[in-house]
Design a binder for this molecule. Structure first.
Ligand code: NAD
Length: 301
């Protein structure tokens, strides 16, 4: 059986690589952080010992890397030493422009690109219940579909790499906007003296229900853990990429621009590694109140 490569074993990459491994693939891995590699080796993967060495062993190479620049740089390295690589599957969020640049760079080395950003967060990556939006040519899509299915629900969006990235940016602006408005609304309710747990119960039984009210706020804000696992810098990157693409297409995103401001302020206040669910903190500071669930209130008492 030929080996499968995986580069980028962070919050998302580590559990996704583990699921591909459990699905029966022979996995060879690489990350610039040796501790991230060691964790996967413990689960049964092989340490490539470097990207060029990985390319000498793997026909399919998955990427889960933080920023568009890093994705493109790693893509260029793969194209420079293609080894036995036939296709790259990019699970990162890069935006359509960089994804199309990546496809062109890889094509020069005879390598196909499957554009496959994911949604569902670290919890979805662990459970294998992500949404995968996929754009890439046949027969390469067919070759990787069984491995993608170990990560979650596979939805084929288009043939051309870049189109799945547009879909991902659309999803993420909706997710960020719903977190932003629900955070503002929860602070308003807290200031008015409403119980945070009751507010969430009402929203989830009503027309205000979103992924923020159903998941992010009750699980990561009300207990004050703020450990959803998506850094503010990365979510801001997604919003920026979305607004750039909307502008390129001549589409106005007034709400999207307001959401970007709130995320930028949070990053300036709390730093790039803050969790995206911490966007509620500046709103709480301005209002002079905190949104706490019953459990968190009891613990603080
Ligand atoms: P992360 O920062 O936790 O992980 C990135 C990993 O890449 C790290 O282990 C880092 O050491 C490694 N890395 C960086 N440069 C490298 C290089 N040149 N060579 C090899 N390894 C390198 O990021 P994450 O949260 O896992 O996100 C990864 C991608 O998935 C991003 O594009 C992000 O936008 C996207 N995403 C994240 C989430 C989420 O909830 N965290 C959800 C959906 C999509």
């Amino acid at each position: 059986m030929s080996e499968t490569g995986f580069v980028g074993l962070g919050n998302m990459g580590r559990p996704m690589a583990a699921n591909i491994l459990r699905g029966g693939a022979k996995l060879v891995v690489n990350d610039r952080d040796p501790a991230a590699v060691a964790a996967l080796v413990e689960e049964g993967a092989a340490d490539a010992g470097g990207l060029a060495a990985l390319c000498g062993r793997a026909e399919t190479v998955f990427l889960s890397l933080p920023t568009p620049d890093v994705v493109l740089a790693v893509g260029r390295e793969i194209a420079a030493t293609p080894g036995v690589v036939k296709r790259v599957v990019d699970l990162s969020t890069t935006g359509p422009k960089v994804e199309m640049d990546l496809a062109a760079v890889l094509a020069e080395a005879g390598i196909a690109l499957i554009d496959s950003p994911v949604s569902g967060g670290v919890a979805g990556a662990r459970k294998g219940s992500l949404a995968l939006m996929v754009a890439g040519p046949m027969p390469h899509f067919d070759a990787v579909e069984p491995m993608l299915q170990t990560l979650g629900k596979v939805i084929r969006v288009a043939d051309e790499p870049g189109k799945a990235q547009v879909m991902k940016l659309i999803n993420n602006i909706c997710s960020a906007a719903s977190l932003a408005i629900t955070s503002e609304a929860m602070v308003m309710g807290a200031k008015a003296g409403l119980d945070a747990d009751v507010m969430i119960e009402v929203l989830n039984a009503s027309s205000g229900r979103t992924s923020a009210s159903a998941d992010k706020i009750p699980r990561f804000v009300l207990p004050r853990g703020f450990d959803f696992g998506f850094a503010i810098a990365l979510s801001l990157k997604d919003i920026r990429l979305c607004l750039e693409e909307a502008e390129r297409l001549g589409v106005q995103m007034l709400v999207g621009n307001a959401v970007r401001m709130l995320f930028s302020i949070t990053q300036a206040d709390l730093g790039p590694d803050a969790d995206m669910t911490e966007i509620i903190r500046p709103i709480e500071n301005w209002a002079g109140t905190e949104v706490r669930g019953g459990g968190a209130r009891d613990a603080a008492a």
